[in-house]
Design a protein around this ligand. Structure first.
Ligand SMILES: [Zn+2]
Length: 90
């Protein structure tokens, strides 16, 4: 899972850095050349995982830990337009 961390250099510039959760470095380079230190704000976690990750995670879970089904399967959801993956993300 990618998380956006906030860094602030001694000149108070702010830099965003995306890193896997729990693996952000303590410092990163600021655009001004200073070392920016990580600030401990609440990380901005992507609320909606990408469709590909969701499908892969579901496949892995069904391999290692199959869910026991007690009801008939729900109707399949229509797939999102794959062109959405090409749009820029905030
Ligand atoms: Zn700076």
């Amino acid at each position: 899972m990618m998380v956006t961390y906030l860094y602030r250099c001694p000149d108070r510039h702010e830099t965003d850095l995306a890193a896997p959760m729990g693996q952000a470095p303590a410092h990163t380079g600021c655009a001004c050349g200073n070392q920016a230190r990580r600030t401990f704000t609440a990380p901005m976690v992507r609320a909606v995982p990408r469709t590909g990750e969701r499908v892969r995670d579901a496949a892995e879970q069904s391999t290692e830990l199959p869910a026991v089904t007690t009801m008939s399967a729900p109707a399949p959801q229509p797939l999102a337009d794959p062109r959405h993956a090409l749009l820029p993300r905030a």
